[in-house]
Ligand binder design. Structure first.
Ligand code: TXA
Ligand code: MG
Length: 358
């Protein structure tokens, strides 16, 4: 029998026996949250194809912004359903998977992964964890798992189950206890969408080891990199203008509504005013309205609390595109401090210079 320790009425830590993994897999299929060990750090996982479940991850982390998440797969074949591999990506995957390497690749539209996972981007981060528990969970759930590190926003990643329960006591998450993570350091994140792989985050696979296989890695903003950070489409923005805090739509505009007091015909992020539902719908609805013939997307006010803060952060940035004349300070050089992967060329890669606070 698995031993269960109740830390808080809403956070349950359970030894990762086959029975517990089966229960956790059922929870994932039902849209729930499961924290699970990987060889790097604990992940806070949910069905990556379920918008609402993915929104629940952001709510649990209490993150004020939407940072794109890694999709955890059982093997390369599964990952190939969601992203388009090139030769270099295949070489890296076949050499380092399962293991602590995350590859950023073009998203396949037909893959069925929630747009919220990659915050509306046209790329997706994928990784195959080398942990029997993570593997068993993904295979039993028969779902790709979107999973950031299992810690509250602003805290460090967790490497033992108890720390997950302490960091996320109110998240209503089931924590599979698999002991201490072998590496205790996050995966290395590499963007393989261009000709030269770009190191986005140092981590478990040392840069030298990667370079021995594929040559020197570029840095975001470095001349050898395929794109400068400003050109990396990290922040999805519709191609048409956005007007925020709109009480209603004007001529030529499409209204993106929120709450019960909105015109019936408008697309509504959440008619019942539920911020998690709104987060789940945000990117899909923005894309739906991003069409020729629509002059502007007018968005009704979203309460600036809980997940509403992340929604507003994203809407504000979408309303001011990076190449706009009057970009806000947050856009200058994209040096946002919540982008932990932007460490620049001067930072040594192993060991990690500081802890990730995502
Ligand atoms: O070891 C790990 O990677 C752990 C375990 C749970 O797998 N996960 C983890 O996830 O550290 P998270 O969400 O804390 O960090 C993911 C990193 C972030 O730096 C994020 O910006 C980057 O991956 N990332 C995810 N998708 C991306 C994308 N499409 N483009 C660029 N960066 C991306
Ligand atoms: Mg993190």
């Amino acid at each position: 029998m698995a031993e269960t320790r109740v830390i808080d009425p809403q956070a349950e830590v359970i030894e990762a026996t086959p029975g517990a993994i089966a229960r956790a897999a059922g929870l994932v299929r039902d849209g729930g949250l499961v924290a699970f060990p990987t060889e790097t750090v604990y992940g806070l996982g949910a069905d990556a194809t379920n918008d609402d479940a993915v929104a629940a991850i952001f709510a649990a982390k209490e993150r004020p912004t939407f940072n794109p998440l890694i999709v955890h797969c059982a093997d390369r074949d599964q990952a190939e359903r969601y992203v388009a591999f090139n030769d270099q990506a295949r070489l890296l995957a076949d050499t380092f998977w399962p293991g602590p390497l995350t590859l950023v690749l073009p998203r396949k539209a037909e893959g069925g992964i929630s747009l919220l996972v990659s915050a509306g981007l046209d790329t997706l981060a994928v990784r195959v964890p080398d942990s029997p528990i993570a593997q068993a969970l993904i295979r039993t759930a028969e779902r790709p798992l979107a999973a950031p590190s299992a810690n509250k926003s602003g805290e460090i990643s967790t490497t033992v189950a108890m720390h997950v329960a302490h960091s996320l006591p109110k998240a209503g998450v089931l924590v599979l206890d698999g002991g201490r993570c072998r590496l205790g350091l996050e995966s290395t994140v590499v963007d393989v969408t261009g000709d030269t792989p770009v190191l986005l985050r140092p981590g478990g696979v040392p840069e030298e080891v990667l370079a021995a296989l594929v040559g020197p890695l570029g840095r975001p903003g470095n001349g050898s990199a395929p794109r400068s950070p400003g050109m990396l489409k990290r922040h999805y923005a519709p191609s048409i203008p956005i007007r925020l805090n709109a009480e209603g739509g004007r001529k030529g505009e499409a209204l993106l509504a929120f709450g019960p007091n909105a015109p019936r015909r408008a697309l509504n992020l959440s008619r019942k005013g539920d911020l998690q539902e709104a987060a789940a719908n945000l990117f899909a609805m923005l894309r739906l309205l991003d069409q020729p013939g629509i002059g502007c997307i007018a968005v009704m006010p979203i309460p600036d609390q809980g997940l509403g803060r992340a929604i507003n952060d994203r809407l504000r940035r979408a309303a001011t595109p990076p190449d706009g004349a009057d970009r806000p300070p947050a856009w200058n050089g994209e040096q946002r401090d919540d982008w932990n992967d932007e460490r620049g060329p001067a930072v040594p890669c192993t060991p990690l210079p500081d802890v990730e606070q995502d």
